[in-house]
Design a protein around this ligand. Structure first.
Ligand SMILES: [Fe+2]
Length: 186
């Protein structure tokens, strides 16, 4: 039976309250503070959202499903929203490979469906450089895993996972909302 050492995993959730999530994320107010240190390393339109009040009720069903899937009992885990922001991609925009440390759990909500030549979200396998040429030649899984954008789907993953968005080579507008969560374990 095939098994893996699962420190790197993700789930794409189809939330039961998809329409509510989309409505709130597409109509959210922006925070007064719009500064972002990391966005200078990317080509992207960044908008910080003010969602303090709505976040937990909106995302509790998705988070419950996620913890159920990874078989972790999170009923007593306090989870705090650290930040949430909306990304808009136009032609040639991209996001370089990065992680969301020191935060703990990260998410992406796709607001648009993927179309031809759009930028694609991908996870980057940080240990791929250790894989020998022979294993690569025989077809071992490559350095990237693409997650297809589907409107209303919620992608959740540990914040230590490297990821990026490839170059957006179309004139479609691509939109996502991303967020970082903190586990309050002390
Ligand atoms: Fe990211």
């Amino acid at each position: 039976m095939l098994d893996t050492i699962p420190h790197y995993f993700y789930s794409v959730i189809d939330p039961p309250n998809k329409e509510d999530i989309l409505y709130v994320l597409e109509n959210a107010e922006l925070t007064k503070q719009q500064e972002c240190s990391w966005s200078k390393g990317c080509s992207i339109q960044f908008e910080r959202l003010d969602l303090e009040e709505d976040f937990h009720s909106l995302f509790t069903p998705s988070l419950s499903q996620f913890f159920q899937e990874i078989q972790i009992d999170a009923r007593n885990l306090k989870i705090q929203l650290h930040e949430v922001w909306r990304n808009t991609y136009q032609r040639n925009y991209f996001q370089e490979v990065h992680d969301h440390l020191p935060l703990h759990l990260s998410g992406v909500v796709f607001l648009t469906d993927e179309q031809e030549d759009d930028g694609q979200f991908f996870f980057y396998h940080k240990h791929y450089s250790e894989v020998s040429k022979e294993w690569r030649d025989v077809g071992l899984f490559g350095d990237r895993k693409i997650v297809k954008a589907e409107r209303g789907k919620v992608l959740l993953f540990p914040s230590h996972m490297l990821h990026g968005v490839s170059i957006h080579r179309s004139d479609n507008i691509r939109r996502t909302v991303a967020f970082n969560l903190r586990f309050m374990t002390d």
